[in-house]
Design a protein around this ligand. Structure first.
Ligand SMILES: NC(=O)c1ccc[n+]([C@@H]2O[C@H](COP(=O)([O-])OP(=O)(O)OC[C@H]3O[C@@H](n4cnc5c(N)ncnc54)[C@H](OP(=O)(O)O)[C@@H]3O)[C@@H](O)[C@H]2O)c1
Length: 308
């Protein structure tokens, strides 16, 4: 039975996923949030494929642990930069250091993310999931774009979520000042904003040989949401985790989209792991995408300046 287009993600989630033997030896791969879950598995798979990893994490201690493990096990170069994505100034600082050190970047994976049951704000005043998932990755991509162009063919991947189908995004209220806060909607909203701007990146840089694609990494067992208090942690660990997959599969899917030759020149697409599908209709509206880009640009404007 074929489900309506909007529900095909359910079937796609159950299909066998693609893998690749392609290698990424020496390619400079920038990836955020590698201390656990999806990002850790992606970093590991990239290291196995020979990548030169450039990790951005907020915890130096956890980052160094992963750095030591991957260097020792795979013999690749693994560099670490520190930034808390709640602070756009820290994202800017890390991006400036990275673009100084690596004139050519071949892959950028925007992975770091958070889920909050209750409304929390970043020091910049943004709703936290919107700030960490969307604005930080938007700023990072904007600041690294010239180095990606110099590294072309280059790829940018956004680790999104089927949770964008929950909706929740409002261009009139991206920071949840006017509406009652619902954690799942705020999470979906941040992913929708990210999908909109990823499509604009794909459109604007269509002549550059830098591609921009978006993927849901599967519903997998990670630390996401574990910041939400004791009861949520118990629920997540002892109930939710039974229904979730091993995040090794997410690392494989991300690696496929990062490395497989069949993806050369493919841009602006959404994947359920490795299977292309249509995102929710409200995430594919060119006029709205342009407006979300402009709004995001306005929010990060102070950090696009060339001064530190
Ligand atoms: N798990 C799933 O089923 C699923 C499904 C769809 C999409 N995703 C997406 O996958 C991505 C990774 O999430 P995950 O599930 O792997 O969760 P996770 O295990 O909690 O990993 C999240 C990563 O992001 C980092 N991070 C969180 N807040 C940060 C901040 N303020 N600044 C810098 N780094 C920060 C975390 O660092 P710390 O270790 O310091 O906290 C960690 O490295 C997210 O974008 C999430 O939305 C996950």
């Amino acid at each position: 039975m074929k489900l309506p287009e909007e529900l095909q993600y359910i079937q796609n989630s159950l299909k066998p996923q693609k893998t690749t033997d392609a290698r990424v030896d020496g390619k400079v791969c920038v990836i955020s949030g590698t201390t656990s879950g999806v990002g850790y598995q992606a970093a590991k798979r990239l290291a196995q494929g020979g990548a030169h990893l450039v990790m951005i994490n907020r915890s130096r201690e956890k980052g160094q642990r992963v750095q030591a493990e991957l260097t020792e096990n795979f013999g690749v170069q693994v560099d670490l930069f520190i930034a808390d994505f709640q602070e756009l100034a820290e994202v800017q600082q890390a991006a400036f250091e990275i673009r100084e050190k690596y004139p050519q970047i071949h892959l950028l994976i925007n992975n770091a993310g958070v889920f909050n049951r209750r409304r929390r704000r970043t020091p910049d005043g943004h709703e936290m999931t919107y700030g960490v998932i969307h604005l930080a990755s938007f700023l990072l991509t904007r600041l690294l774009i010239d180095n990606l162009i110099h590294g072309a063919p280059a790829r940018v991947l956004y680790i999104s979520s089927e949770a964008h189908r929950f909706g929740g995004f409002s261009i009139k209220d991206p920071n949840w000042h006017k509406r009652p806060y619902v954690g799942l909607w705020a999470y979906g909203a941040a992913k929708i904003a990210q999908i909109h701007t990823a499509q604009v990146f794909a459109e604007r840089y269509s002549d550059s040989d830098v591609t921009f694609n978006i993927l849901h990494p599967g519903a997998v067992r990670t630390n996401i949401g574990m910041n939400n208090g004791f009861l949520y942690r118990i629920y997540s660990r002892y109930v939710l985790h039974w229904f979730l997959k091993d995040p090794v599969s997410s690392g494989e899917a991300i690696y496929y989209l990062a490395a497989d030759p069949s993806l050369e020149g493919v841009t602006g697409r959404f994947y359920n792991q490795t299977i292309e599908e249509k995102p929710a209709w409200y995430a594919v509206k060119p006029d709205l995408s342009e407006a979300v880009w402009q709004q995001s640009e306005d929010f990060v404007q102070p950090y696009l300046e060339e001064t530190l």
